[in-house]
Design a binder for this molecule. Structure first.
Ligand code: ADP
Length: 475
């Protein structure tokens, strides 16, 4: 059994702005049956403090980056938590990272350096009678944790997981003292990033091992196209970098119990849910496949390419229902496409219940992302027999088995991959989708293959456990 301290700025069900929160919330429960005990260190944002029940004070510090702080130990929703109660850093309105006007808090580097510092203290001194044997840091917010372990002589291995390489956690170069950093490490081999201090860079340089959320993305990250300026560092550490896929919550996304499809038993049960979905979106009955998109509307997601490919798809009898929000120009472009084509319908907004009804009723889900560390909606699609059509990148490439002639003949295909990703290639893939949908037997096989994939946390947790064992030599 290994004791692991997970250090994160977000954790479901307490606080979430992205996929990191899902991973941090799911891992402890998935690791427990494998004999690993994970406790989670999380900042005491106002919403978190409000949710705590009878916390115990386990560490006190008079001066944590400019004010007094305490670590509280508590259990909540199956999680064993250490909450960093530091009002001068975390008792603020806004999101975990932004003030109420949507601007970054100017002291974000110090706020999360403090979180990383406390992780080091817990690894060094223990807390609540508990000593971690390994520290698992997530993204830039915990990037200094591996560094502080090293500079304070704490001999505990660390893992840094990259969920989002776009955020580097940069601070001006003159903040070395306030961030408790050694000027000797302010260089290319340390945490310096083009004259600034980089929290993510610190983690990448000093963690014992690095992971990201899919094997393909792990390889892609070492290239200039995907590495967002950190590919050089990642190339030097390529031997220590692995990809471990995210899972989904099989209880939340369960086609057998989802209220969106109460009568659902097999892929054939889609009929009714599809009729309801068409009605809800004001789409006519049709013989062609009903495809959906549930996504942020951003350049990353490649939906501008879908707009280009759309006329060919609807001309051949395809239908599209899209739920999304984000980029205003793209929102307007999809609203316009819906006005032009009877077989296109669009909802601008964020609506989880509707996303379930869409996954339940649709034939296919489209995910033409330019990059995608792991991706979740294609996994929901697999589980619901909603065939994913995806770009062959990152976790999309790793989770969808392309319907090549051989994969169809051997009966293993689960969807369609597009590569290289262009509007033209996407249009051809949509044509393939229409043709396969017409072939009732082929489609039934795709659906049953898709629904048989294991998309929960079990396999991924075993990979994390194997990594922890390797680093702590306790296999
Ligand atoms: P990313 O984290 O890059 O946005 P993922 O596929 O990893 O992409 O995760 C996105 C999550 O957000 C999924 O759970 C998806 O269902 C959900 N989501 C995205 N947009 C919407 C929306 N407009 N309404 C409901 N759920 C959404």
């Amino acid at each position: 059994m290994t004791r692991i301290l997970s250090v994160t700025s977000e954790c479901v069900p307490l606080v979430k702005t992205g996929g990191l929160a899902d991973v941090a919330g799911a891992l402890p429960g998935a690791l427990a049956p494998l004999g690993h005990e994970m406790r989670t260190l999380l900042p005491g944002y106002p919403s978190v403090m409000k949710a705590l029940k009878k916390p115990k004070v386990v560490v006190e510090d008079d001066d944590l980056f400019g004010g007094p702080a305490r670590v509280l130990s508590t259990k909540l929703g199956g999680l064993a938590l250490f909450i960093l109660d530091a009002p001068h850093l975390f008792d603020r309105a806004g999101t975990p990272y932004l003030d109420i006007n949507g601007s970054d808090f100017p002291d974000n580097p110090e706020r999360f350096a403090a979180l990383s510092w406390v992780a080091m203290q817990i690894a060094r001194d223990g807390a609540d009678g508990w000593m971690p044997e390994l520290v698992h840091a997530h993204d830039w917010q915990a990037g200094f944790a591996p560094y502080y372990l090293k500079t304070n002589g704490v001999d505990v291995p660390s893992v840094l997981t990259i969920h989002n390489i776009a955020f580097h956690g940069l601070a001006p170069g003159d903040r070395l003292t306030s961030l408790r950093l050694d000027p000797a490490d302010f260089g290319e081999q340390g945490f310096e990033y083009w004259g600034q201090i980089g929290a993510l860079k610190a983690g990448l340089q000093f963690a014992t091992a690095l992971t990201t959320v899919s094997p393909t993305y792990a390889r892609e990250l070492t290239t200039p196209e995907f590495g967002m300026g950190l590919d050089g560092v990642l190339r030097t550490r390529a031997a220590d970098l692995t990809g471990i896929l995210n899972g989904i919550d099989l209880e939340v996304w369960d086609p057998k119990t989802d209220p969106a499809i109460v009568t659902y038993k097999t892929a054939r049960g889609k009929g009714r849910a599809k009729a309801r979905l068409r009605k809800e979106f004001g789409l006519p009955d049709a013989d062609g496949p009903l495809a959906i998109v549930v996504s942020r509307l951003s350049h990353q997601k490649g939906l501008d390419l879908l707009l280009e490919a759309l006329p060919a798809f609807v001309d051949r009898g395809g239908q599209l229902a899209l739920l999304g929000s984000g980029d205003k120009a793209m929102e307007a472009a999809f609203v316009k496409a819906a006005a032009q084509h009877a077989n296109v319908a669009v909802r601008i907004g964020y609506d989880e219940a509707l996303s379930h009804r869409m996954m339940a009723g649709a034939d296919a889900i489209l995910v033409p992302s330019r990059f995608e560390p792991c991706g979740l909606t294609q996994l929901y699609g697999l589980r619901y027999g909603t065939i994913p059509l995806v770009a062959a990148t990152g976790g999309l490439a790793d989770t969808v088995i392309h319907a090549s002639p051989m994969a169809m003949r051997s009966g293993v295909a689960t969807g369609i991959q597009v590569s290289p990703l262009t509007a033209h290639a996407l249009a051809s893939a949509l044509m393939q989708l229409i043709d396969m949908f017409k072939d009732v037997d082929a489609w039934a096989m795709l659906q049953s293959n898709a629904m048989r994939q294991s998309v929960g946390w079990e396999a991924s947790a075993a990979e994390y456990a194997a990594l922890y064992d390797r680093l702590t030599d306790s296999a």
